[in-house]
Design a protein around this ligand. Structure first.
Ligand SMILES: Cc1cc2nc3c(=O)[nH]c(=O)nc-3n(C[C@H](O)[C@H](O)[C@H](O)COP(=O)(O)OP(=O)(O)OC[C@H]3O[C@@H](n4cnc5c(N)ncnc54)[C@H](O)[C@@H]3O)c2cc1C
Length: 496
């Protein structure tokens, strides 16, 4: 049985309102696409328009092909442990397309005094679950090793104040473990400054481990199931469609077009105006070309600072809270070399670079070794990340200068000689939201403000998770909120 939503006639008026409920999704990144997809499923019969500023859908998900090279300009995979990445891919018929990084080279390195050391085994998220591999890794100084082991005996801190991620890890595991291990792992996720990031908003499970077990290491150890002989090996941590994350974007876009969603690319939404209709709201959105859209509900899936601009006229307090979420810019440089130009065996998936190494780059991925089918066998495809909180000035350089920084990085660390035979630079201005101290309080204020506007919902990476599965979940949750609102506000009529 399906249900169609019929307009409640007494609520329409002089405004050029649509004949049926109309939802506008602003932002065609993975959050907006997931929201539109869930709306199609949860509110059949509702008219949906998706507005995207760029000429393409996907936002940060951008896979480019150059002959046999597959280049991921933004993310390259998603965590398998969080359900909505695999869940959505499977719903879209991509379950069989998902692959994990090449297992035979399943390890990564960390730079220490300019040399690569294997990352210790048993890292669970940010924190080592097994002390021994850390203590024997050569990453920590003798004093750092002692201090690391101090976690097992130091008492838990009382009090419920938000604490920075750096302060917490230094307090539990010591400064050496933070600088050499946790900081570069954290930067690989947030490109952030651990002294600014809120522990409660980024890794609340670490504080929970301290409180429950009196020790971070004991807590992480206790949360990991112990493998018994004959157990099926744990699922790989990361997954991606074989042809890159564009497969996810293309499959979503095809579903939306088939379902009749009106997708507008190269369309920039301007500030939203509100027309109060008593119990119900109508929103008016003007596009840059002057077209006016009237919506019963809106999913705001643009980045928080853009969403802030969009609600300026609607709710200045909400606008200011959204604009208050800081973001940092990053850039991704891809370099292609012939195998003979690289002396390092590339026997891993890549490496991370601690801030204290003083390098302009924060990480590098050996793409051609990590993923099958991303480059011809005689070529090495490397991707280098530049720009993190506190090191933003490097991004003011030209593309040639950024490519030069990346080349200098791999020359110094991997022994790469000569010029790359191909390179690309992708910039992500204000691309990484920072969940700084007080983020959860800000979210509470944002949510309270949004709740004052019926038919308005937020989605995206600036709120409760930056990884793709969390962002998909945020889009789907926004769509569910809007569907529930429409069910209440409109007369539902059974179609069969
Ligand atoms: C370099 C990099 C690497 C990453 N690696 C990973 C990874 O490996 N795994 C992982 O899980 N996550 C990764 N992430 C994080 C993840 O990619 C993002 O958090 C996620 O893609 C954000 O999706 P979104 O839809 O919230 O935002 P976006 O992708 O930014 O989409 C928002 C869209 O809104 C549009 N827009 C803005 N203003 C307007 C307007 N006024 N009108 C209409 N449209 C508008 C924008 O053009 C954009 O397309 C990475 C991020 C970056 C930058």
């Amino acid at each position: 049985m399906t249900a169609t939503v019929r307009d409640n006639p007494d609520s329409r008026s002089a405004l050029n309102a649509p004949a049926f409920a109309h939802v506008v999704v602003i932002g065609g990144g993975i959050a907006g696409l997931a929201a539109a997809h869930r709306l199609v499923q949860a509110s059949p019969g509702v008219r949906i328009t998706l507005i995207e500023r760029d000429g393409r859908l996907g936002g940060k998900l951008l896979t480019e092909r150059f002959d046999e090279l597959v280049v991921e300009a933004g993310p390259d995979s998603f965590l398998s442990a969080k359900p909505r990445g695999i869940g959505l891919a499977t719903e879209l018929g991509l379950g069989d397309r998902l692959q994990h990084p090449t297992p035979r080279r399943h390890r990564a390195f960390v730079l220490r005094h300019g040399r690569l050391h294997p990352l210790p085994e048993g890292l669970s998220g940010l924190v080592p679950s097994r002390p021994w591999p850390v203590l024997t890794s050569g990453l920590l100084s003798p004093a750092g090793m002692l201090r690391f082991a101090g976690d097992l005996v130091l008492p838990a801190r009382a009090g419920g104040d938000d604490e920075s991620l750096a302060s917490f890890v230094r307090r539990r595991l010591g400064g050496d473990a933070y600088d050499r291990l946790v900081e570069p792992l954290m930067a690989g996720i947030y490109a952030g400054d651990g002294d600014q990031l809120s522990l409660a908003a980024t890794f609340p499970q670490l504080r929970a481990a301290e409180l429950t077990h009196g020790s971070l290491i004991r807590g992480v150890l206790a949360s990991k199931p112990v493998a018994a002989p004959g157990d099926v090996p744990a699922k790989p941590a990361f997954l991606a469609p074989a042809g890159g994350l564009a497969e996810l974007v293309n499959a979503l876009s095809t579903r939306l077009v088939t379902a009749g969603v009106d997708i507008r690319t190269n369309a920039t939404a301007s500030p939203i105006r509100h027309h109060d209709r008593g119990k119900r709201s109508l929103y008016v959105i003007e596009l840059a070309d002057g077209e006016r859209l009237v919506a019963d509900a809106i999913v705001l899936a643009a980045p928080a600072f853009a969403a802030g601009r969009l609600v300026t006229a609607l709710d200045p307090v909400l606008a200011s809270e959204l604009r208050g979420i800081p973001h940092v810019s990053t850039a991704v440089v891809h370099l292609v070399f012939r195998r003979g130009q690289v002396t390092h065996p590339l026997d891993g998936h890549g490496y991370i670079i601690p801030r204290i190494e003083g390098r302009p780059a924060l990480a590098a991925t050996f793409v051609s070794e990590k993923w099958p089918g991303r480059a011809p066998a005689d070529l090495v495809l490397l991707r280098v990340f530049l720009g993190r909180a506190g090191q933003q000035e490097i991004l003011s350089g030209s593309d040639a200068e950024l490519a030069g920084h990346a080349r200098a990085e791999v020359a110094a660390t991997l022994g790469v000689s000569g010029e790359p035979i191909f390179s690309t630079v992708h910039r992500w201005p204000w691309g990484m939201p920072q969940y700084v101290l007080g983020h959860l309080d800000r979210l509470a204020r944002i949510e309270a403000a949004v709740n004052q506007h019926s038919g308005l919902a937020l989605a995206g990476n600036a709120y409760r998770g930056v990884g793709i599965p969390d962002v998909i979940a945020s889009g789907e949750a926004a769509a569910s909120t809007i569907s529930a609102y429409l069910r209440e506000a409109f007369v539902l009529q059974s179609a069969s």
